[in-house]
Ligand binder design. Structure first.
Ligand SMILES: *Cc1c(COP(=O)(O)O)cnc(C)c1O
Length: 465
């Protein structure tokens, strides 16, 4: 017996303890390994009850099988898999069309591993454009900055950190929980590479006023001659708004919008591992950032951080596009938003919670306790819900609303009205217990480690998706 494994089960011969820190001495039979790992993974939560994540946990059996069958495709290997590369371009073009890009047929976009990589690429394009416009000043030490709300997703803080750009964060004030147009324009100066507008905010599911932000920057340009492009981080909303609010102008219809990203693995309904980023035109994507390869005989521009990437996820995205079409997406996203609005209303009706958003933009909402609740807080609620299997994160809002502690619910495809009602029942049944507490028990520190386990580097709120 391998000493690393501990005692083996006398009947099955399977050892009880899995190797954790060292490679085992020898091989194991495939069936055994598979069983052991499946057992270990049983400790993971039930994805249906996970209302913390935005990321897809279910795909149709046909899509699942298709992705399994193509798990060996490396997207970058266009020479060997030209058909997969072609599907990527078809997806880019469908998204260009969906987001009203001026030349839908242009190859000005790419798939990525997720929105984080997409945002890095978009941010780099903004920075490079600024350095071209300000070559002398940049060389003389001018420090570029990026303007955005404090509700921004952590990938933008990473971008600013990695690429040495000052993150100019506009704080929340009063009931404004995301970036405001005037506040954004006020913070722009000659070193601003761009403004990031979010559709919608990971903090509370609200859409930022993209058109107003663009208008405020139009006025700024008129006044000062300063040109500040906008990137729209539509990680979630990019696959919601086009179907549910086709009239809402947030995309390339606004001339100031230079680039847009979305997460294929959020409301694009693909398993984790895919994002998209598109640029308006060639001016928005400086050519000196793009490597040109000619595997396909023609000129194939590539601009990504990773070289090798799974092709199966692009295939899964193309499957969803064909399977659902415009009408299918409208139905699926409409149904889940109905669930979100219904759930928000029912939680409000319990009487001890106040809604900050209502699930009527992204199918996501945040709520807090009413002022008269003194015996428990949102962290207690989150913790107690976990005992019935629900994962509903609680957290503190960023500056200047750190006084606000909230719970957030993310509704995803597959979360039914029935399940929503079950959540309300469980929540209602908890209240007598919570009201019997002498006072709040848990706090922000407990919530973080509890929901997300240890995170790499800085602990804390950053691990929310
Ligand atoms: C989820 C999210 C991201 C990061 O996306 P990944 O696909 O998880 O890398 C960025 N911005 C916003 C607004 C998000 O919601």
């Amino acid at each position: 017996m391998n000493p690393l494994f501990g005692e083996a089960d006398p009947v099955s011969g399977i050892s009880a303890v899995l190797p954790r820190t060292r490679l085992p001495e020898g091989p194991m039979p495939p069936a055994t390994v598979s069983l052991l790992i499946r057992d270990e993974l049983m400790l993971d939560g039930n994805p249906r009850l996970n209302l913390a994540t935005f990321v897809t946990t279910w795909m149709e059996p046909e899509a699942h099988a298709l992705m399994g069958d193509t798990a060996d495709r490396n997207l970058v290997d266009r020479d060997e898999y030209p058909a997969t590369a072609e599907l990527e371009q078809r997806c880019v073009q469908m998204l260009r069309h969906l987001w009203h890009a001026p030349r839908p047929g242009a190859r000005l976009g790419t798939s990525t591993i997720g929105s984080s990589e997409a945002c890095m690429l978009a941010g780099m394009a903004l920075k490079r454009r600024w350095t071209h416009r300000n070559a002398d000043r940049y060389a003389a030490g001018a420090r570029p900055n990026l303007v955005m709300g404090t509700n921004i997703q952590v990938c933008w803080k990473k971008f600013c950190n990695f690429w040495e750009v000052e993150a100019r964060l506009v704080p929340m004030e009063g009931d404004r929980f995301h970036l405001g147009a005037e506040q954004a324009a006020e913070r722009c100066d000659e070193n601003t590479i761009g403004v990031v507008a979010v559709l919608g905010s990971t903090m509370d599911g609200s859409y930022e006023p993209v058109a107003e932000i663009c208008a405020a920057l139009d006025a700024l340009e008129e006044r000062t001659g300063r040109h500040v492009p906008v990137h729209v981080d539509a990680a979630s909303g990019g696959m919601i708004a086009p179907f549910l609010e086709p009239e809402l102008e947030w995309d390339f219809r606004l001339p100031r919008v230079a680039s847009i990203n979305t997460s294929g693995h959020k409301y694009g309904l693909v398993y984790p591992g895919i994002g998209w980023v598109l640029w308006r035109d060639r001016e928005a994507l400086p050519d000196d950032l793009v490597e040109h390869v000619n595997y396909l005989g023609g000129d194939v521009p590539t601009f990504t951080l990773n070289f090798s990437r799974p092709g199966a996820h692009v295939i899964g995205q193309y499957y969803n596009f064909l399977r659902l079409g415009h009408e299918g997406f409208r139905k699926v996203q409409g149904a889940i938003r109905e669930v979100a609005v219904h759930l928000a209303e029912r939680i409000e009706a319990l009487g001890c919670f106040r809604l900050l958003t209502r699930g009527d933009q992204l199918p996501v909402f945040a709520f807090t306790t009413t002022d008269d609740v003194t015996r428990f807080n949102v962290f207690d609620v989150s913790r107690r819900l976990r005992e019935s299997g629900w994962l509903v994160p609680a957290y503190t809002f960023p500056p200047n609303r750190q006084d606000l502690q909230v719970l957030r619910v993310v509704c995803r495809n597959g979360f039914s009205l029935d399940l929503a009602d079950r959540l309300v029942d469980d929540l209602r049944n908890l209240l007598p217990w919570l009201r019997r507490q002498p006072g709040p028990i848990f706090g922000p520190e407990d919530a973080t480690s509890f929901h997300h386990g240890p995170s790499f580097g800085s602990a804390g709120r950053s691990s929310r998706t």
